[in-house]
Ligand binder design. Structure first.
Ligand SMILES: [Zn+2]
Length: 338
């Protein structure tokens, strides 16, 4: 941001009090036509932080697109103090093909940041996005869903050892935070590395619009805007309970020990007790079904949706809770069923 509050990118600028919808060229197709991403920039009349909201870095992850669209086009932003950079579809080629990766050599756009202008097609696209619309920001939120065939509770992924990132993650107000630095090339990792605290929000499944999760994600954005005083909303939300999971602890992924078809019993977000049946693995010929029981009492953060597995494929993400948190979750789930 310039000192007079103007937002500039290569090719244009947005003054305070102005809103701009643009389609920004990040590459070219085989026909030489531009590949352009939709961008909405809303520069508030009042000064404040510059924030990016992005989605669909994986082209088939749709929930976040609706979150970013609603903030940009349906929220009343007349009193906005700061600037919003809304990037609802980062991976346009993947989105058009309805697939996770760029359909060009199957590259992962979300392993290509911060990008480079003289490198691969994916890194060139990443550089155009990063240099113009991420680098000028003070912080950001990148929306994802689970990989195709799985679903998960809404959760925030953040490097909690970084205080600025931890503030943002907590302000979002989700029940579950997964703490990890993140891999090289991931938007949140690379933005955070250059001093733009960024978190990923993951929710639900690919290829779906899931209204409940979208509403929950929007409440998180509102809470963040309140924490950083972009909008005078009600308050920063406290979700009732919170658990921070260390991502290094991969043991929490329970994997199939047999190939077959999975009959999953509890729903995403359930608290399951030690010894409780999580799922049964069957196949068309065997009658000796394999039962998978919870090895400890925990929260089912993610589960398989596409029910076919090879041995070694993940079945569910089960997370142990501190006793205090567990009691709150127990009470909440008991209330829900009564
Ligand atoms: Zn993703």
């Amino acid at each position: 941001m310039s000192t007079d509050g103007t937002f500039t990118y290569n090719g244009g600028k947005v003054d305070p009090g102005e809103r701009q919808n643009l389609r920004y060229g990040i590459s070219e197709t085989y026909l030489g036509d531009p590949v352009r991403i939709p961008v909405t920039i809303i520069n508030g009349e009042q000064p404040g932080p510059t924030v990016f909201l992005s989605a669909a870095a994986h082209g088939d992850e749709l929930n976040g697109i609706e979150v970013v669209r609603e903030v940009a086009h349906e929220w009343d932003l007349s009193d906005l103090a700061g600037t919003l950079v809304c990037l609802p579809v980062l991976n346009v080629p993947g989105f058009l093909a309805q697939q996770r990766y760029l359909p060009i050599y199957d590259r992962d756009l979300n392993r290509s940041f911060p990008g480079r202008e003289d490198s691969t097609s994916a890194k060139r696209m990443a550089a155009r996005i990063f240099d113009n619309f991420v680098a000028p920001c003070d912080f950001g939120i990148d929306f994802h869903t689970s990989t195709r065939g799985r679903t998960n509770m809404l959760h925030v992924r953040a490097d909690m050892s970084n205080d600025a990132v931890a503030r943002l993650a907590k302000a979002y107000g989700s029940n579950v935070i997964i703490d990890s630095e993140g891999s090289d090339g991931v938007l949140r990792t690379e933005a955070t590395r250059v001093g733009i605290p960024t978190v990923t929000v993951e929710m639900g499944e690919a290829h779906r619009f899931q209204r409940g999760l979208i509403d929950d994600a929007l409440a998180g954005v509102k809470s963040v805007f309140s924490e950083y005083e972009l909008l005078e909303t009600s308050a920063v939300r406290w979700p009732g309970w919170r658990t921070v999971i260390d991502d290094e602890n991969e043991k929490t992924w329970i994997r199939a020990d047999a190939g077959g078809i999975v009959d999953m019993h509890p729903e995403r977000g359930s608290l399951v007790r030690e010894g409780e049946r999580i799922c049964t693995l069957t196949n068309p010929f065997k009658d000796d079904n394999v039962a998978v029981d919870a090895p400890f009492t925990g929260l089912l953060v993610g589960i398989l949706e596409n029910p076919v597995v090879y041995p070694g494929n993940p079945l569910c993400h089960l997370v142990e809770l501190e006793p205090k948190v567990r009691r709150v979750v127990e009470r909440e789930q008991a209330d829900r069923t009564t």
